[in-house]
Design a protein around this ligand. Structure first.
Ligand code: NAD
Length: 319
């Protein structure tokens, strides 16, 4: 139980309290935006360093996911991948241990749609509602409250979660029943990876041909090659301020997470017999980057990988 609260106080506060689990690159901003929009939060992360800034902003720190579920009637999870989400829900100190009747569970992590459906079935047995609501828009979208939420649930549940999601994002889209939010998300991310690799290839080629990177980016962004990766999140340092490429690819969306999403897309493609040759190649490229020690770098560092073939600072011998 959270320190210093009687159960009566908890009952009173818990009524409108929002739980938030997973305060990393994305979750930290999303939780801060909920506080800015007037919500009382109870938060949890395995790293105390991630909890401290939220506590400073007024959130209560819980001791476990079960503690969060005991103190909130809506819970958002923003965790790296399927095994983390599985653990946070099903472990001995997990959400399902204490979840209340009527609680709405919103998972914004990008995970396997099959796990989403399993969790939804367990939630239903406990009288709770599970909603998949993965996001697009990156860390800047999380910070600026402009995320797109891809929501999978019944129509009636969508009406209940929409206003809360609007306090973290701009486009809240109902994609269909449970699992359809995740389905939309993995399709989007497969395309985003292919686009980022394409922009990186074109920029690297242009630079080697002698073009000024800013001139080339300007041409692409007013021509038919323009896409999100060229315009908003250009992988070449110095083109777009505030992107991870300007800070040696720190923060942002880790290449290991992109490799995970591409793996989810490949599993889905296998299950549906869908040909995805570029998605498959993109998956291999991001796995190669992980093998080269680039898993923690933002996924736009594929530009650096194509340029150098290895991690910055360990340049290959002169050709
Ligand atoms: P992250 O690794 O920065 O944050 C995850 C947080 O979860 C960390 O703080 C970690 O300590 C915490 N955590 C891990 N296991 C936990 C556990 N058992 N209990 C409690 N906390 C735990 O990841 P992120 O970049 O914030 O991404 C989160 C999710 O959002 C991923 O599924 C990712 O694919 C997706 N996503 C990320 C981005 C992005 O740009 N970073 C964009 C869209 C979607």
């Amino acid at each position: 139980m959270i320190d210093g609260e009687t159960s009566q106080v908890r009952q009173l506060l818990g009524k409108n309290r929002v739980g938030f689990i997973g305060l990393g690159n994305m979750g930290s901003h999303m939780a801060q935006n909920l506080i800015k929009n007037g919500h009382s939060l109870v938060v949890y992360d395995i790293y105390p360093e991630a909890v401290a800034p939220l506590e400073a902003a007024g959130a209560l720190a819980a001791r476990s996911p079960a503690d969060v579920a005991d103190n909130a009637d809506r819970i958002i999870t923003m965790l790296p991948s399927s095994p983390h989400v599985h653990q946070v829900f099903n472990a001995d100190n997990g959400i399902f241990k204490t979840v209340r009747n009527g609680t709405i569970l919103i998972d914004s992590s990008t995970i396997d749609p099959a796990l989403t459906k399993d969790l939804s079935r367990i939630a239903e047995k406990k009288g709770a509602v599970f909603v998949d609501a993965p996001v697009s828009g990156g860390v800047t979208g999380a910070r600026d409250q402009t995320l797109t939420f891809m929501v999978g649930c019944e129509e009636s549940s969508f009406a209940k979660v929409k206003s809360l999601l609007e306090h973290m994002g701009k486009n809240i889209v109902h994609c269909g029943p449970t699992g359809m939010g995740e389905a939309a998300k993995i399709c989007n991310n497969m395309l985003m990876a292919i686009g980022m690799i394409g922009v990186s290839e074109a920029m690297n080629l242009g630079l080697r041909l002698g073009l000024d990177p800013k001139v080339l980016a300007g041409i692409i962004n007013t021509s038919s090659g323009r896409c999100w990766s060229s315009e908003i999140y250009n992988p070449v340092p110095g083109i777009k301020e505030g992107t991870p490429s300007c800070t040696n690819y720190q923060g942002g969306f880790a290449s290991s997470l992109m490799a995970k999403d591409l793996g989810l897309a490949q599993s889905a493609a296998t299950a549906t017999m869908s040909p995805t040759p570029l998605g498959s190649l993109a998956h291999q490229i991001y796995r190669l980057m992980m093998s080269n020690g680039m898993g923690n770098k933002d996924f736009s560092s594929v530009y650096q990988f194509l340029q150098d073939g290895q991690v910055q600072g360990e340049k290959s011998p002169a050709k």
